[in-house]
Structure formats: structure tokens, C-alpha cells
Design a protein around this ligand. Structure first.
Ligand code: AMP
Length: 606
């Protein structure tokens, strides 16, 4: 690999190895991120062979963090954020306090100074944005209530860390505990005002800056950003639109960090949130997806690079204690806190699993602690080892939480768990979201239709089923749509239809038909496959967007597959034919033409 192009070789080396090991991990039925971490260890300085650039990799990873948080912001409105503040704010603060206390205790046992132990504890208290968001996205939980609480919680943690990064150097200089208390902000302020600012003033200054940034975004950004994007969208250049999305995400994040001392992640989150107020947010989210995923992979590679496997042999006990604090201590604390707020058990389990890991902020804090002479080098190594192990264990934690839920909920749930079919399918269900509502009961309907997805397609199907008096129910994973359905008196279940637990609620075995109206064909195949195995005679109608998807869906058991683009074309042909072959004006024929004659149906229809 060329040595004179460190940026290229780091990106290429990181992505290629991550791909190879990620695919390998996937084959072994492990989450791909384990493969990405291993790729990182291999290109890191602690293993022989090629070593990627150690300062570039974490910087590239930051771009992943920015795009991820931007994407989350795009799904969030200010209302969503405020709606979870009642639990996220006290919850996150109490959990940070608890984890810091545990970390401080471990530091004290190891004989570290108090300041160092506190920094260590703080580093263990903050979860990784990337790991948390990836976990939520994989399980399609971002837009659910528990997803929102977890994200709100993360934002409070982020804000606390912004404050901690400013305060630690100041405290070190005041307490005299460190040997290099040079901190840009306080030093700059002292210089500027010619006075020695105390801790109170530094806190106030930081808060003012954060508040100023948020206010600017909410007052001006909220108007300016959607306005700019609308102009670009109307200009008609897709390339410029993509560029605009990236420029806003990265530009706002960077500006927030440089001008206001806000973290890159928070800056990006707010950029996304103000754009979410406009209709274009959906398109913007799509445009940033591929880059986001690629850079998120580099995040894991860069974490892997920091890891020195020798520490596992040299310091097994302290590592065990650190991992225990992160994975068990923090999770149990979060679990109890969420329950104390009278939230359902499923919500408490998801939030505690999401937070049982640490990542990027922890490295920054630990590195700062070492630089200031507060934390011994060993503390930083423990934080790194703890991060890597907790990230690897995180999917397992989600799995355990999914398993624990029926046990904790008692006899009603055990019926579902005892179902041999669902036990056989535990492998697939483990990665998926369970139904959101804790108080759900399977439907009482029989001989009914099951509709999956209530978006542009499902909505029309549902309205037709309703007006024809067909008994039916809907499975949807967006809680906004579920709310809408419930308001209309339609029976609806919240959750990812791929999860066996969700499908079980729909009473598949006695249903007559299943309409899979979701755009993702991979998911649709998994749903069709499960439905067919439970009910061999059910009629399965599915939605596809290419010929390859049609074939795939049929292979997995769909009876009829409607190819969206083909139906659009047929609708157009029909409309054109009416104008060209008959002397009836377009306006006159508008109504009847919206009905596609079944005689012209595509060959995929039977
Ligand atoms: P549209 O593409 O506009 O028809 O929207 C598709 C709808 O299906 C959206 O409302 C999604 O929330 C929903 N959806 C997509 N995938 C799933 C899934 N795996 N389980 C349940 N609902 C889904």
C-alpha cells in the first residue's frame, strides 16, 4: 500500500478489511461490527503488518458520527425532543452520577488520585452515539417512544460531556492536581478579560455558548436551512441537492464546534432537526445514507486500532471490573430509572441495553485525563479495553433483554415463548424489535386480512379493506402511523413485522390473506417466508420495485407480487390511450382512468 497517501490508504485499508471481516462475522452469525473492530485491530499499531494513519482514522470516524446524528435529527422534531425531557434529563444525570461513582470506586481501589478516578468514572458513564444509533436503526426503533427516550438520553449525555471537557482542565488547574492545565477556552477568556475566571464563570460561559447556538439554530436556522434546501430542490439538480445536504450537515456541525464549543455530534443533530421541519427531510435522509454507513464503519475500525490485545493478558481483573461497570452497572441503573418513571418494561430493557456500552467521548475524556496528568496511562487502557469489549457485547445485551422480557412479564408471555415455532425462529427474532406496547394481546380476529405497512401503498389498501367491510389489522413500525390508525378505530400493532413476536400477534395461522406493503424487499421476503411456514394456505400479496425482487419474493412464498414501477407505467399508458385513441378530453377521463383495468395486469399478477 502506498505510504505517501495516508488518507487514501487509511480509507481503502479500513473499508476493504472491514468489508472482509464484516462479511466473515456475518457468516458466523455475529454482528458485522465485530468484524469491523477486528479489521481495526489488524491495521492498528499493536499488531504486525500494515499500520493505518492513527490520527486520520479517528477524524474520518468523526464524519460518521456527524452524519449519524444528522440522520437522527432528521427524524426528530423539537416537539419529540421536548416530549422526552421529563425522563431523559433526570434519567441521564442520575445514571451519569451512578456510573461515575462506580468508576471512581474502582479508581480508588487501584490507588489512583481522586481527580483521575472521577475522570475515569465519567468516561465510563457516557454511551457511544454510533453504537447506540446503529443498534436502534437496525431494530427500527429510532421513531418509537423508547427510541426517542434513548436518543434524548444520549443528547443529555452529550451536553454533559461538552461541559465536562471544559470543566476538567479548569478544575485541574484550580485544584493543582495536574501538570499541564492549559485549556484553550479558559486560557482564552482569562486573556481576553484580563481576569482569572472561576469555575462558576466557565460553566456559565459554556452554557451561554450552547444556548446561543441552540437559539440561533431554532430561530434562524429553522427558516434559513429548509428555505435553502427548497431552493436547491426546485433548481432540479440532484447532485446539488446531495451536496447541499452534506454541506449543511458537515458545515453546521463544524461551525458549532469551532464557534460555540458544542460537540460535532450535537451540531449535526440540530442541523438535521431544523431540516426535519420541512417535507424535504425524507429525501435528505436518503441522500446521506450511503456516506453515513461508510463512515460509521470507519468509526469501528478506528476504535479497533486503539486496542492493544496484550492488556487482556496483563490486567484481566481490572478489565473485568471495568466491563462489569459498563455493561451491568450502567444497564441496571438505567433499567431501574426508567421503571421508576413508570415506563413499560420493554422500554426500560431497550434503553438499558442501548446504554450498556461506551465509545468516542470516553476516549476523548480519558485522553484528556492522561494529558492533564490526572489519570494514569493504565486508566486510558482500561477505558479502551472496556469500550471494545462492551461494543462487542452490546448485541448480546440486546438479545438477553429480548429474552428476559417474557420471563419478567410472567405467565402471559410464557405462552408465546413456549410456542415451538417461535423458539425455532429465535435466531431471526433476536435482532429485531419486539412490539412496542407492553400491554398488547394477540388479535381476536380470524379469517382476516393482515396488512403490513401503512404508508403510501398500505394506506390505500387499508382504506379499501375498511370500506369493503373486510376484517383486517395493520402492523406498522412508526408510532405516528399507529396513533393515526388507532384514532380511526383500526386494530394496529406497533413493531417490525420481521420480528416473529410481532407477527404472532396478528394470528397468522387463521388469517386468510397477508398484504406486505413495505418497500424493502429483503424484509418482505423474511415476512413472507415466516408467514408461509405458519400458514401454508394464506394468500400472500407483496410489493416489489424490480423484476429481481419479484422473483425473490415468489421464491419465499408470495403468491402475487405487484411491481410498483410497472403499475405506474400501466397507469400512464392507460391514461395516454384514453386521450389518444378516444376523442375525450383528459379532464373528462381523469376519474375512471385512475382504475387500472385488471385485464392489463402485469405477468407477475395471477
Ligand atoms: P410507503 O413506502 O410510503 O408505502 O411506506 C411504507 C410504510 O411501511 C412506512 O409507514 C413504514 O413505517 C412501514 N414499514 C416499513 N418497513 C416495515 C416493517 N419491517 N415492519 C412494519 N412496518 C414497516
Amino acid at each position: 500500500m502506498p505510504h505517501d497517501t495516508p488518507l487514501i490508504s487509511t480509507i481503502v485499508g479500513g473499508l476493504v478489511l472491514a468489508f472482509i471481516f464484516g462479511a466473515f462475522a456475518h457468516r458466523l452469525r455475529m454482528p458485522p461490527l465485530v468484524g469491523y473492530l477486528i479489521a481495526g485491530v489488524l491495521v492498528g499499531p499493536h499488531t504486525p503488518g500494515y499500520v493505518a494513519d492513527q490520527s486520520l482514522a479517528p477524524e474520518l470516524a468523526e464524519i460518521g458520527v456527524i452524519l449519524l446524528m444528522f440522520g437522527v435529527g432528521l427524524h426528530f422534531s423539537l416537539k419529540d425532543l421536548l416530549s422526552v425531557r421529563g425522563i431523559a434529563l433526570p434519567g441521564a444525570i442520575a445514571q451519569i452520577a451512578f456510573a461515575t461513582l462506580l468508576g471512581w470506586g474502582l479508581g480508588a481501589v487501584m490507588g489512583w488520585p481522586t481527580g483521575g478516578s472521577l475522570v475515569f468514572g465519567l468516561a465510563l458513564s457516557v454511551a457511544s452515539t454510533v453504537v447506540l444509533l446503529k443498534a436502534l436503526q437496525e431494530r427500527r426503533l429510532v421513531e418509537t417512544e423508547r427510541g426517542r427516550i434513548a436518543v434524548g438520553w444520549l443528547i443529555v449525555e452529550d451536553l454533559t460531556m461538552v461541559l465536562a471537557l471544559v470543566l476538567i482542565p479548569a478544575a485541574a488547574s484550580i485544584g493543582g492536581g495536574g501538570h499541564a492545565p492549559v485549556e484553550p477556552l479558559s486560557a482564552g477568556l482569562n486573556h481576553l478579560f484580563g481576569l482569572d475566571l472561576g469555575i462558576g464563570a466557565i460553566i456559565a460561559m459554556t452554557l451561554v455558548k450552547v444556548a446561543l447556538f441552540v437559539a440561533l439554530m431554532l430561530v434562524f436556522g429553522r427558516k434559513l436551512i429548509p428555505w435553502t434546501m427548497h431552493r436547491i430542490a426546485h433548481a432540479g439538480s440532484r447532485e446539488l441537492f446531495r451536496l447541499g445536504v452534506l454541506a449543511i450537515a458537515l458545515g453546521v456541525a463544524f461551525g458549532a464546534a469551532k464557534l460555540f464549543g458544542v460537540s460535532l455530534a450535537l451540531g449535526a443533530f440540530f442541523a438535521g432537526m431544523v431540516l426535519a421541519e420541512s417535507e424535504l427531510s425524507h429525501r435528505a435522509a436518503q441522500e446521506s445514507l450511503p456516506l453515513r454507513d461508510a463512515f460509521a464503519v470507519l468509526f469501528f475500525v478506528s476504535v479497533g486500532m486503539l486496542f492493544d490485545p496484550n492488556i487482556l493478558i496483563d490486567r484481566p481483573l481490572p478489565i473485568l471490573a471495568t466491563v462489569f461497570i459498563i455493561v451491568i452497572g450502567k444497564s441496571v441503573a438505567a433499567f431501574l430509572l426508567v421503571l421508576a418513571f413508570k415506563k413499560p418494561l420493554g422500554t426500560a430493557l431497550t434503553i438499558s441495553a442501548s446504554l450498556g456500552q461506551i465509545g468516542e467521548f470516553s476516549f476523548i475524556l480519558a485522553a484528556l485525563g492522561v494529558e492533564l496528568g490526572l489519570l494514569p496511562q493504565e486508566g486510558r487502557d482500561l477505558v479502551l479495553a472496556g469500550a471494545i469489549i462492551s461494543i462487542v457485547l452490546n448485541p448480546l445485551l440486546f438479545f438477553l433483554c429480548d429474552r428476559m422480557r417474557p420471563l419478567l412479564e410472567g405467565p402471559r408471555r410464557e405462552e408465546t415463548a413456549a410456542d415451538p415455532a417461535s423458539a425455532a425462529d429465535a435466531g431471526t427474532a433476536q435482532e429485531q424489535a419486539a412490539p412496542e406496547d407492553d400491554d398488547v394481546h394477540p388479535t381476536a380476529l380470524t379469517g382476516h386480512a393482515i396488512l403490513i405497512g401503512y404508508g403510501r401503498v398500505g394506506r390505500i389498501v387499508g382504506q379499501n379493506l375498511k370500506s369493503s367491510g373486510t376484517p383486517f389489522l395493520v402492523i406498522e413500525d412508526s408510532d405516528k402511523r399507529i396513533g393515526e390508525l388507532k384514532a380511526q378505530g383500526v386494530e394496529a400493532f406497533m413493531g417490525n413485522a420481521v420480528a416473529r413476536e410481532t407477527l404472532d400477534l396478528a394470528n397468522l395461522s387463521t388469517a386468510r390473506s397477508l398484504a406486505i406493503a413495505i418497500p424493502n424487499a429483503f424484509e418482505a421476503c423474511r415476512i413472507a417466508e415466516q408467514a408461509r411456514s405458519v400458514n401454508p394456505s394464506i394468500l400472500i400479496v407483496a410489493r416489489a420495485h424490480s423484476d429481481a425482487e419479484v422473483d425473490e419474493l415468489k421464491q419465499y412464498g408470495a403468491d402475487t407480487v405487484i411491481m410498483g414501477e410497472r403499475e405506474i407505467a400501466l397507469g400512464m399508458v392507460d391514461r395516454l390511450a384514453q386521450v389518444h385513441h378516444e376523442s375525450v378530453s383528459y379532464e373528462d377521463r381523469q376519474e375512471p382512468a385512475t382504475i387500472i383495468p385488471t385485464g392489463t395486469a402485469s405477468p407477475e399478477r395471477e
